[in-house]
Design a protein around this ligand. Sequence first.
Ligand code: ADP
Ligand code: MG
Length: 289
Amino acid sequence: MTIHTNPSLLDSIKKSLVALKMARALEVLDATLRRIEQGEIDAIEALDQLLLEEVTLRETRRIKAALMLARLTAIKTLAGFDFAFQPSLDKSRILALAELKFIERAEVLHLLGPPGTGKSHLACALAVEAVKAGRSVYFSTLADIVASLVKAEREGQLRERIRFLARAALLVVDEIGYLPVTPGGGNLFFQLVNARYERGAMILTSNRGFAEWGEIFGDPVLATALLDQLLHHAVVFQIEGSSYRLRGHADLLPEHIRTKANIRPVPIPPTLRRRGRPPKHGGVDHPHG
Ligand code: ADP
Ligand code: MG
């Protein structure tokens, strides 16, 4: 089949594409028309290809910008996670999270486990899925969130900062427990948690058990109040495995480090039990409806 493209018609199409800011479609127009002329595709397929090129480019750009806004720099994916290395994790349950219903339900996911077991990887991968699905996401460490709240308070901007951090449909708070929270910081973090409570989903990662939160936040009463909200509508994943970073090097490590890299059990303080202890290997402690 040969198409004798009318030059003025072609010119009109190009002008329309420019007016519509369809740069990618404009770029591939000539090549697409050539493929019609050579009988590789028909007109409908050509139209489809042209539009798909434009949609794909825009989607890629949108995701790139949203990942930057979410502060997701080191991109990890669920596809890149080796579940065979971490058998304590239920693969199907993690993959089900990628459907993002937990975001609609404003749930809190806790990823607990020793260093290097993939907590940040999974948190990031789920955050990337949320970004792709068009949800607003913000990823940060607890230390950075607390520092930003402390700074905002000092500058009289606390309300605005909390409003900003409460806005994302998904807030990831990475690395709870690596550093003790600075004095006053725990209170500010509580205000944030309170602002998001039952309104926005969170993913929290920690190498420490809930019983140690009093120590992490420097205040057992505050820790109990925090956990009271963060364990309501919560799903807990306890990773029991060994460090992916140190795989293959275990024999090089001194015994005390090897032992230390294994997590202690994570008992929940008795005061929190009334809301139901999250089942082992996770589970919604408070199903909706
Ligand atoms: P954690 O946050 O639990 O300390 P990370 O998620 O940062 O651990 O994992 C450490 C490194 O190992 C990262 O580069 C991560 O991508 C990688 N990693 C961890 N677990 C896995 C896994 N099961 N499959 C593939 N990569 C993994
Ligand atoms: Mg981590």
